[in-house]
Design a protein around this ligand. Structure first.
Ligand code: F7E
Length: 373
């Protein structure tokens, strides 16, 4: 199947990549990989394939796995994707495969060409607000995309490959209990949440039906300087930096009463990796166990710049409210701590301060660097 599909690595990316030249290269590697009994523990370095590698979590995970000695492969959509250049500039060791979670054959080809021992499915539409305006696209990529990847592994005959699914606390939605744990029922409140529930159950189903090592991390909000500017933490920390430099007057937000459990993305990718190193595949809640409102977030972000009263800098607008809101989320990470030995290392205040300082440095640099340099 490898040579027939359009998921050979993107040209001009990785000079040392064994997979970058022609689709036929993938065929050679596929035949080698079939010699392994279960695909694990017989090869050094281990290989990982990450979907969504250009996103916040993908970047943190690529870095972590590289430091652990893995050969890191990433699935990237579109040959002219503008995020490929910056990705390879920062992570030159990544082997890039062109493919799409909407395109089954490209997933089969990427699985075969990468010869992955571990697949981390982080790809998809992750912005909850957008899922209300593009519900069908969200269902297809964030939901059915999980099924496509699981089928790609099954039909490519890769029973030994370990699969991680990025499930989300958004699945809890209108919460039935607080804090939420692995047994809390789901009640999603957005097309995104519904799609994640589909992917979560499909991952369980492949584990139970085919004995695959397939598991999900139910990750609560996780942030950091790599977070996209549309998410509320980074939107605020970036605005605070710009306001303090006189580049912006205010930040316009939606619901200030929402409460979330915000942790540091760098900690959370460690949990993903740990989940694939266990004897048995299990699903885990990954969270800090602490809840804060958007108002707390504003306190922390403006506070980092020495501004105690932020009211005059913040305006609310209906355009940032959602048709159905998730009022509060807070996770109980006890199982992860007991089984995986995982614990968050970055506190809420430190996380927000780190993001404000990063944004201040970036915005200052942008101001002082002449255009085109
Ligand atoms: O919103 C409220 C908004 O967009 C957080 C994704 O990574 O975490 C993330 O989803 C809260 C919501 O993240 C604005 O209504 C107020 O209550 O930063 P967010 P999210 O929706 O919680 C989960 C775990 C995921 O899986 C997702 O992929 O903040 N809020 N005003 C606002 N949110 C945004 N974005 N912008 C505002 O102006």
């Amino acid at each position: 199947m490898g040579e027939a599909c359009g998921s050979d690595t993107v040209h001009g990316m990785q000079p040392t990549s064994p997979h970058k030249t022609t689709p036929n290269t993938a065929t050679t590697h596929t035949s080698e990989s079939t010699k392994r009994a279960d695909g694990r523990g017989e090869r050094n370095p281990k290989r990982a394939l990450i979907t969504g590698i250009t996103g916040q979590d993908g970047q943190h995970l690529a870095d972590l796995l590289h430091r652990k000695g893995y050969e890191v492969h990433g699935l990237v959509k579109g040959q002219r994707n503008p995020r490929i250049g910056p990705l390879l500039e920062e992570f030159p060791y990544v082997h890039v495969h062109s493919g799409d979670l909407a395109d089954f054959s490209s997933l089969v080809a990427a699985v075969e060409a990468s010869e992955a021992d571990e697949v981390y499915n982080l790809g998809g539409i992750s912005y909850v607000a957008m899922s209300f305006t593009q519900p069908e696209l969200t269902s297809n990529i964030t939901g059915v995309g999980v099924l496509r990847m699981l089928e790609a592994l099954r039909l490519a005959g890769k029973p030994g490959v370990r699969f991680y699914q990025a499930s989300s606390s958004e699945m809890f939605g209108k919460v039935r209990e607080t804090p939420q744990n692995e047994r809390t029922p789901f009640h999603p409140r957005s097309p995104y949440g519904v799609a994640k529930v589909f992917g979560h159950h499909m991952t369980m189903n492949y584990r139970e039906s085919y004995g695959m090592y397939a598991c999900s991390g139910i990750l609560f909000n996780h942030e950091g300087p790599r977070r996209g500017l549309q998410f509320v933490t980074r939107k605020i920390t970036n605005a605070v930096a710009r306001i303090s430099l006189g580049l912006q007057d205010e930040v316009v937000l939606g619901n200030l009463e929402a409460q979330r459990d915000w942790g540091y993305a760098g900690d959370y990718v460690e949990a993903m990796w740990l989940m694939l190193q266990q004897e048995r595949p299990e699903d885990y809640v990954i969270a800090t166990g602490e809840m804060h409102s958007i108002r707390d977030l504003l306190d922390a972000a403006f506070g980092a710049m020495g501004i105690a009263d932020w009211a005059s800098y913040v305006r609310q607008d209906q355009q940032f409210h959602r048709p159905a809101e998730v009022d509060l989320l807070v996770g109980d990470p006890q199982r992860a701590e007991a089984d995986l030995g995982w614990k968050p290392t970055v506190t809420f205040d430190r996380l927000i301060k780190m993001m404000v300082e990063h944004d201040l440095a970036v915005e200052t640099r942008n101001q002082t660097t002449p255009r085109g340099v």
